[in-house]
Design a protein around this ligand. Structure first.
Ligand SMILES: Cc1cc2nc3c(=O)[nH]c(=O)nc-3n(C[C@H](O)[C@H](O)[C@H](O)COP(=O)(O)OP(=O)(O)OC[C@H]3O[C@@H](n4cnc5c(N)ncnc54)[C@H](O)[C@@H]3O)c2cc1C
Length: 300
């Protein structure tokens, strides 16, 4: 295991919380993953920036985790530093815009929009991630994606060690992709914009969105949502179902019988079970349809 004692001394001095007892299984919504050497819990945007500065100066590149709902960590120990952002979660709304820090949950962002009669956020309700995670892969649902509501954000550029502002154009958004996937940049906060609406209508549509998710997604089991990106002109779930793979399992990992695009942890699944199942799905779909599925989830 790497020695992080110098880093821990700095964190102690700055009174920034950290732990050497975290497991990825308690962070990832798949509920899999091994021990993490060091997990840091900044309590504010200023702390997050100073942690990133400190890691950069020490030559340590961290993994920044929001709610862990789009990752597949390894079963082995993660011999590095994870920054968990959920306490960097302040927000405020003014007219039709919302300022939100990276660790704010997407559901809370939607709730703030509803409480302030700001429309345009209802499709995101039920995505169990954070603002940072949403921006990272331009997440979305039901025809909306982050780029539709994002105006600008404050980002830490790990290469230069400087904060910078990125606008929607700078983010190079496309289907489940943004500049954050190819550059070492971390979201600290963002400004989103909707349009004026009626609070009751928004609340009603949010509850319909939640119902739609409950009806079509296996929310009763741990998962990371849709495992695969939509292939051109089709749906991964349809191809997987056509291959008869619903219910196919490896160890505790199973292709959901409710939504073939999801892999669920039926109990005791390991990361290795899920990886083996992913490979089997890819191979089967390729042999049948000639389509090579690509993962939407971030495999660590
Ligand atoms: C039941 C279920 C349903 C889902 N439905 C949807 C859906 O409808 N639409 C959809 O798009 N997704 C969906 N997902 C996937 C997931 O919730 C989203 O991708 C979510 O936005 C990920 O956010 P997170 O905070 O959990 O990210 P994490 O899983 O913590 O991280 C994912 C990636 O984002 C990066 N990241 C996190 N924070 C930052 C930051 N501050 N700056 C830069 N990079 C960062 C991480 O480093 C990692 O690479 C679903 C997942 C589940 C379990």
């Amino acid at each position: 295991m790497k020695d992080f004692s110098a880093l821990k001394e700095i964190l102690d001095g700055a009174r920034i919380a950290y732990s050497e007892k975290e497991y990825f299984s308690s962070i990832s919504t798949f509920r899999v993953g091994g021990k993490i050497a060091l997990t840091i819990f900044p309590g504010s945007d200023a702390e997050l920036i100073s942690v990133l500065d400190c890691l950069r100066n020490s030559g340590i590149e961290p993994f920044v985790a929001g709610r862990g709902s789009n990752i597949l960590p390894d079963d082995d120990t993660y011999d590095g530093v994870v920054i968990k952002t959920d306490k960097v979660n302040r927000y405020y709304a003014a007219e039709d815009t919302i300022y939100a820090q990276c660790g704010l949950s997407t559901n809370k962002l939607c709730a703030v929009a509803m409480e302030n009669s700001i429309d345009g956020f209802t499709d995101f309700y039920g995505i169990p991630g954070s603002v940072g995670g949403l921006l990272h892969n331009n997440g979305g649902a039901f025809g909306s994606s982050a780029e539709d509501i994002f105006v600008r954000g404050a980002f830490y550029d790990f290469d230069s060690g400087k904060m910078c502002e990125l606008t929607r154009e700078d983010m190079c958004f496309s289907y489940r992709s943004s500049i954050l996937m190819s550059r070492r940049m971390f979201a600290v906060s963002a400004v989103f914009k909707g349009k004026p609406g009626r609070r009751e209508d928004i609340a009603e549509r949010m509850s319909r969105t939640a119902e739609r998710r409950r009806d079509t997604q296996p929310l009763e089991y741990p998962s990371a949502g849709s495992v695969f990106l939509r292939p051109e002109g089709d749906f991964a779930g349809r191809l997987i179902e056509e291959c008869g793979l619903k219910g196919c399992s490896v160890g505790g990992a199973e292709v959901s019988v409710k939504h073939a695009g999801f892999i669920v942890n039926k109990g005791g699944a390991t990361s290795s079970d899920i990886r083996t199942l992913i490979d089997h799905i890819k191979k089967t779909v390729y042999e049948r349809f000639g389509v090579m599925l690509r993962c939407e989830i971030d495999i660590l």
